[in-house]
Design a protein. Structure first.
Length: 319
């Protein structure tokens, strides 16, 4: 077996890093410090990723993984909470538009048309019950054929975890595995193999460290939506006490974009619903999707599928 020699670019990069560290020391008459105990960076320290964020344009879904890793930029790493990725890298103005589907799909045609006009690829997470609905078959096939990501959202939309803070585990390992497996079987009926559906969004967007560990043991990546907007409240019925209008949701998204200290919407996992049902009649967020996408593009944002947005360093080994 022959081992490939390091490329000239890698040598150059390593030499640049070494000189950038040693030259200031030599100039000041200091010697390099000896190795000592590692500094404890704390639980919130972001690990250095193996790869830089892929470069993705709205009209090109493929990721460019050829860039040299930015090992010194903590914003190139994903944000992880309780074992799930809740935000992608913040070093570029790229975000992922995501939708879940369980009961309704009334927004599907509008969403796909608005995305298609702009060459944007989104990510959809469906329950097994949704995938089994005969009336949604054509829509699901269209989503797949137009190049969007389709992943699992549990088979029966079980409640894996409570609403407590922190959440409490409500299912056994066997119940979890059976639920996810059945969901993946339904995806396979649409010619979506398990190897192409490794990103998992938990039902009710609730999970515990155990759920994250069990997901990773299956070779899958657990994610959740990024907090800071009201986008995931787009399904609330007219009579719900916490009802929020579509205009107010859009304002919350743009307000988050303007929060420079929180890096705006960089790396954001922006979650919405593909359908809201007949009991929301005042307005629907998907009717404002085109204008929202145009405004974010005007502000310099690009859009990527979740599997393109998330750094490869965060992915578990394939099963």
């Amino acid at each position: 077996m022959h081992c490939a020699s390091p490329s000239r670019s890698v040598h150059s990069w390593a030499r640049h890093v070494a000189l950038s560290v040693l030259l200031p020391l030599l100039a000041s008459g200091c010697t390099a410090p000896s190795a000592g105990p590692k500094e404890d960076l704390g639980a919130d320290a972001a690990p250095a990723p193996d790869l830089a964020l892929p470069s993705v344009s709205p009209d090109q879904g493929a990721a460019d993984l050829g860039a040299a890793p930015d090992l010194w930029n903590p914003k190139a790493a994903a944000t992880i909470e309780r074992g799930a990725i809740v935000r992608g890298p913040r070093d570029q103005k790229v975000l992922a538009v995501m939708y879940t589907g369980g009961d309704y799909a009334d927004g599907g045609p509008t969403i796909l048309s608005e995305l298609g006009r702009r060459g944007i690829k989104a990510s959809f997470f469906f329950t097994g019950d949704f995938l089994r609905r005969a009336e949604y078959k054509t829509l699901i096939e269209r989503i797949r054929d137009e190049g969007h990501y389709i992943g699992a959202h549990s088979d029966k939309h079980l409640e894996y975890a409570s609403d407590d803070s922190p959440p409490k585990l409500l299912v056994t390992r066997a119940e979890f595995d059976e639920d996810v497996t059945r969901n993946l079987i339904e995806l396979e009926r649409f010619a979506i193999p398990r190897s192409a559906a490794r990103v998992f969004l938990p039902p009710f967007e609730q999970y515990t460290p155990e759920i994250a560990a069990w997901t990773r043991a299956r070779g899958m990546l657990l994610i959740n939506y990024s907090e800071g907007t009201k986008s995931n409240a787009d399904y609330l019925e007219d009579t719900a006490p916490s009802f929020i209008s579509a205009d107010a949701i859009v304002r919350s998204i743009l307000a988050q974009e303007e929060r420079a200290r929180d890096d705006g919407l960089r790396g954001f996992l922006l979650l919405m619903h593909i359908g809201v049902g007949p009991d929301r009649t005042r307005d629907r967020l998907y009717d404002r999707l085109g204008a929202l996408l145009d405004e974010l593009a005007r502000r310099g944002y690009r859009f990527a599928r979740v599997d393109e947005l998330l750094p490869m360093a965060t992915w578990p080994p394939a099963p």
